[in-house]
Write a protein that binds this ligand. Structure first.
Ligand code: P1T
Length: 383
């Protein structure tokens, strides 16, 4: 039994041990659907790869460890992981979700699960009273995304879990933007932490994968049952890539944060920039919460140009040479996106604009390149 390690060691060693067959330090990619049995039920803990796979299991143990949980579950995508959480609920149950969130999450809630009788309320979660107004006996889940995608609002996880506990409501936190390097929601009282591991965890824009981590054994049993029964699992190759990515999470995140901070300050001083959304600024409305809750401010930021519109935003994005115009985030390379027409296009315009996702908004996923090159690129694109 290894002694309790610090986070920066857990990313490498958490839940890991050399492979039992030949001592391979990295788990082999067990590219198999099934496992030989000596007699019906006579196997070595693995029967069929939807249920268990040794490579996926190594990843799931790592996920549980870095999120300070006990049980990890890996899925084919972040949305598949969310789908499994929603399947814990029953028709008639109500969910209160943050009103600024990934467009695909909103689409899953409203276009799939509303048809199965779940009711969603989208609420600004900057203070508990706003949430409390929507709580009733049918409320079963609070869905928290923090920092929010793409407006970089910060939600106080501890105050939400404290409120939820008094009402016996489960709290799930989408920790994709922060990663456990910056915050571990389970230590703040959340019941479930979810990731689009596609992003910072895998970190190299080469895999789509999702995860859930919990502490509670009974909840873990229910999620494990859904994972196997619904079957939205990830394959062994993607599990391997994500596990490999996690091993450098802490060094990548440190550079993501440093680079994003430098870019946020550069943009803030630029005469053509109207507003920069980045929680590290003291004037950010939730800066105090960010400072207390997170170890740093992350690698994401959004901004709008002065008097800018759709065309102005597109002109900048198209002029960027080092930043790639693309969906997704959290990889080593810098990406620029236009939320209104890309990642958040599935949210109705009126609702989207209410939370700040206007046509002139540009989102940056700041990579780990030399920040001088990134700033040069922004300089020439903004003009
Ligand atoms: O793409 P997938 O792995 O299924 O994860 C969905 C998801 C869930 N939660 C958050 C906060 C996300 O950002 C995402 C995916 N987001 C993008 C693809 C994006 O560019 O914002």
């Amino acid at each position: 039994m290894k002694k309790k390690l610090h986070f920066n060691s857990n990313t490498i060693h958490g839940g890991q041990e050399p492979d039992k067959a030949y001592g391979a330090v990295m788990p082999p990619i067990y590219q198999t659907s099934t496992y030989a049995q000596t007699t019906p039920g006579g196997h070595q803990g693995f029967e069929y790869s939807r249920t268990h796979n040794p490579t996926r299991q190594a990843l799931e143990k790592s996920l549980a460890s870095i999120e300070a949980g006990k049980f990890g579950f890996a899925f084919g995508s972040g949305l598949a992981a969310m789908d499994a959480v929603l399947k814990l609920l029953k028709p008639g149950d109500e969910i209160i979700s943050t009103d600024d969130l990934y467009g695909g999450s909103y689409r899953l809630f409203t276009k799939i699960f509303e048809d199965f009788g779940l009711k969603f309320h989208f609420v600004g979660m900057d203070n508990s009273q706003k949430i409390e107004k929507f709580i009733n006996s049918k409320t079963k889940l609070l869905w928290v995304e923090t920092p929010t995608n793409p407006m970089m609002n910060i939600i106080d996880i501890k105050s939400i879990t404290t409120l939820a506990k008094t009402h016996g409501i489960m709290v799930a936190v989408d920790n994709t933007f922060a990663s456990p390097y910056l915050q571990q929601p389970l230590t703040l009282g959340a019941d479930i932490v979810m990731h689009s591991a596609t992003k910072y965890l895998a970190g190299h824009s080469d895999v789509v994968l999702g995860s859930l981590v919990v502490k509670d054994e009974e909840l873990a049993e229910r999620i494990g049952f859904i994972q196997n029964a619904s079957g939205a699992i990830c394959g062994p190759m993607d599990s391997f890539l994500t596990l490999r990515g996690i091993k450098t999470l802490h060094v990548r995140m440190q550079r993501h944060c440093e680079n994003a901070a430098a870019i946020a300050h550069f943009l803030k001083k630029h005469s053509k920039i109207e507003k920069v959304y980045w929680p590290g600024f003291e004037e950010h409305p939730n800066h105090g919460v960010a400072k207390a809750q997170m170890n740093d401010y992350g690698g994401m930021l959004s901004f709008v140009t002065r008097g800018g519109d759709y065309n102005a935003a597109v002109k900048i994005i198209e002029s960027l040479k080092l930043f790639t115009l693309a969906e997704s985030l959290g990889g080593v390379e810098s990406l620029a996106g236009h939320p209104a027409s890309m990642t958040h296009a599935s949210i109705p315009k009126e609702l989207r604009e209410k939370s700040g996702v206007v046509d002139s908004l540009i989102r940056l996923s700041v990579g780990i390149e030399d920040v001088r090159d990134l700033i040069e690129d922004l300089k020439q694109a903004i003009g």
